[in-house]
Design a protein around this ligand. Structure first.
Ligand code: SF4
Length: 227
C-alpha cells in the first residue's frame, strides 16, 4: 500500500534518505579521466547504455586525446571509431564540431557555463548539467534522464512530462545539497528495481510511500496507463 507523504518536500527528502541507504555507493557510471573525456562520454551516452559507451571509449580516448584531435578528424572517421554507439553517424559530427568549437572559442578548454556548454553541438541541458557537476564541481540543476523522468512521476514528485519542466519541479522540492546525487540514486533504483517495464514493487524500499505501487494503484503514474 503506497501513500505519498503530506508535502512534496517531505516526499522528496524521504525518497533521497531511503535511496542513500539502499545505494550507498551511487555515482556516475561513465568512465573518464578528464573533462574532455567526460564531455565526449556524456554526448555518446544519449539514448545509449553506459556499458556500451565505456566499451567504445576505451579505444577512442587512446586515439583522441585533445580537442584538436577531434577537430582534425573527418566526421566519417569519427563515426567509424564510435561504431556500436546509437546514432554514431550524427554523433561523429557532434564530436568534430565540439573539438572545433572548443579550439576556436574556448582556448582548448571545456567551458564551465551552462550557456557555453549548450552552444556545443549535441549538448543539451542534461549533458551540460552532468559536465558542470562532475567536471567543474558546479551544481546548478538536476540531471533528468529517462530513469529520473519515469520514477519522479511514479513517486508523485511531479506531474510534468518534459525533462525541463520536471527539473523545475524537482529543484523546488529536492534539497540543494542532494541535486547531484538525486540523479544517481534514481538511476540506480531504476536499474535495480523500478524499471520501465519491470517495476518490482514487492522488492522496493519506497513501496509504502509510492502512489504508483502496484498493490495500491492500478495505474503507472509515469505513463498514466494501467500496469
Ligand atoms: S518499484 Fe513500484 S513501489 Fe517502487 S518506486 Fe517503482 S513503482 Fe513505486
Amino acid at each position: 500500500m503506497g501513500t505519498s507523504l503530506a508535502s512534496p518536500e517531505a516526499q522528496a527528502e524521504e525518497v533521497v534518505d531511503r535511496l542513500h541507504e539502499a545505494y550507498p555507493d551511487s555515482t556516475i557510471s561513465l568512465n573518464y579521466a578528464n573533462r574532455l573525456e567526460l564531455l565526449i562520454a556524456v554526448v555518446l551516452s544519449a539514448q545509449c547504455t553506459d556499458e556500451r559507451v565505456n566499451d567504445v571509449t576505451q579505444e577512442l580516448f587512446e586515439k583522441y586525446q585533445t580537442p584538436e584531435d577531434y577537430a582534425e578528424a573527418s566526421e566519417e572517421q569519427l563515426a567509424e571509431d564510435i561504431y556500436g554507439i546509437t546514432f554514431h553517424n550524427n554523433k561523429g559530427g557532434y564530436l568534430k564540431g565540439i573539438g572545433e568549437q572548443i579550439v576556436d572559442e574556448h582556448d582548448g578548454e571545456v567551458p564551465d557555463t551552462m550557456s557555453a556548454l549548450t552552444d556545443l553541438p549535441g549538448v543539451g541541458r542534461k549533458t551540460a548539467n552532468v559536465v558542470l557537476q562532475h567536471g567543474h564541481d558546479i551544481v546548478e540543476g538536476i540531471v533528468v534522464d529517462t530513469h529520473v523522468q519515469r520514477i519522479s512521476r511514479r513517486l508523485g514528485l511531479t506531474e510534468e512530462e518534459r525533462p525541463e519542466a520536471i527539473e523545475q519541479d524537482l529543484l523546488d522540492i529536492v534539497p540543494e545539497s542532494e541535486w547531484q546525487q538525486f540523479t544517481h540514486l534514481l538511476i540506480d533504483h531504476g536499474r535495480a528495481v523500478c524499471g520501465a517495464r519491470s517495476a518490482e514493487c514487492g522488492e522496493c524500499v519506497l513501496a509504502d510511500i509510492c502512489p504508483s505501487e502496484k498493490g495500491d494503484s492500478d495505474v503507472d503514474l509515469a505513463s498514466g496507463e494501467p500496469w
